[in-house]
Design a protein around this ligand. Structure first.
Ligand code: CO
Ligand code: CO
Length: 305
């Protein structure tokens, strides 16, 4: 076993031989959008992301679907699987099978298996002080889906929101392994600050973030002002209270940083000397990229206005 449970990694890694290790992960989510095909696609993209975050290449997947036919008709269930198949096909990942069970609350997820070279695993604990911090997707999916459930999210902004969650982290992962990234993870349930805290903890570091450079999905600040904040964002905030310092910054500006993300972007650490390469390669591959801060000494994440 090369990567196990101890550092809250995105996936486990198991060495097969000198050149190949297995990367394995399991991710299950509840519906975040109304369209079942989109939901399946997003769940698969979200599960694949944990393999990509470790620099791996996904090969096979198994699905897990919980539903009750009086709540979700069988056609709806097959549409979820159809969406997942499309995302897996896009990733050249084979769907080998799966399991369904009866449950009044719809849940769908996948276990994805990939491979990585044992010497090229990207962990969430490899950052060093002065490494720059980059993010590949804007924040706010938890806030947006809360607003959609309350029919408060502007219809004209919904397509962008869904497309963002459907966007694969595969291309960014391929670039990151070329550009000498020292550490990475994907931003999901613990929010930007929760996942950054894991990177800091694993590397015994703190970080400084520049609030103005952190990207948000269009419409998010207005939804926060309306109080459309998911319970998970409050939980993340409370868990991280002792590690986050944001003097003079109003609370509502911090909620998107605590917001639980579904199929969020890659969060990466890179040596300043390699930052130019990363920026150039990402731009060539047309992958959005934001530089949001820097790792440093200590254990706090300091947010500057
Ligand atoms: Co992850
Ligand atoms: Co995960």
């Amino acid at each position: 076993m090369l990567v196990g449970l101890e550092t809250s990694e995105d996936a486990g890694v198991y060495r097969l031989d000198d050149d190949t290790a297995l990367v394995q992960t399991l991710d299950v989510i509840t519906p975040i959008v109304d369209d079942p095909v989109d939901f399946g696609y997003i769940a698969a993209t979200n599960a694949l992301s944990d393999v990509y975050a470790m620099g791996g290449i996904p090969l096979t997947a198994l699905t897990f679907l919980a539903f009750e036919s009086c709540i979700l008709p069988v056609e709806g269930a097959s549409m979820i699987l159809e969406g997942a198949s499309a995302a897996l096909k896009e990733a050249s990942c084979a769907m080998l099978g799966g399991h369904t069970l009866e449950d009044p609350e719809i849940k769908f997820g996948l276990s994805v298996t990939g491979i990585v070279h044992p010497g090229r695993i990207v962990t969430n604990s490899g950052a060093v002080a002065r490494d720059l911090i980059y993010l590949t997707k804007p924040l706010g999916t938890g806030i947006a889906s809360t607003a959609i459930k309350g029919e408060m999210f502007p219809v004209e902004l919904q397509a962008d929101f869904v497309e963002g969650m459907k966007a694969s982290n595969g291309p960014a992962s391929a670039v990151m392994t070329k550009a000498g990234v020292t550490s990475a993870t994907d931003v999901t349930g613990f929010g930007l600050l929760g996942h950054l805290r894991e990177m800091c903890k694993g590397a015994n570091l703190g970080a400084v973030l520049d609030l103005a450079s952190i990207p948000l999905i269009p419409g998010i600040p207005g939804l926060v002002d309306m109080g459309l904040i998911p319970a998970g964002a409050y939980r993340n905030r409370d868990h991280l209270a002792e590690y986050v310092e944001a003097k003079g910054i109003p609370e509502e500006k911090l909620f998107p940083l605590f917001d639980p993300q579904t199929s969020g972007g890659l969060l990466m650490a890179v040596n300043p000397h390699h930052a130019g390469d990363l920026e150039r390669l990402m731009a060539e591959a047309r992958i959005p990229l934001w530089r949001i801060g820097m790792f440093g000494e200590g254990e706090k994440i300091i947010i500057e206005n």
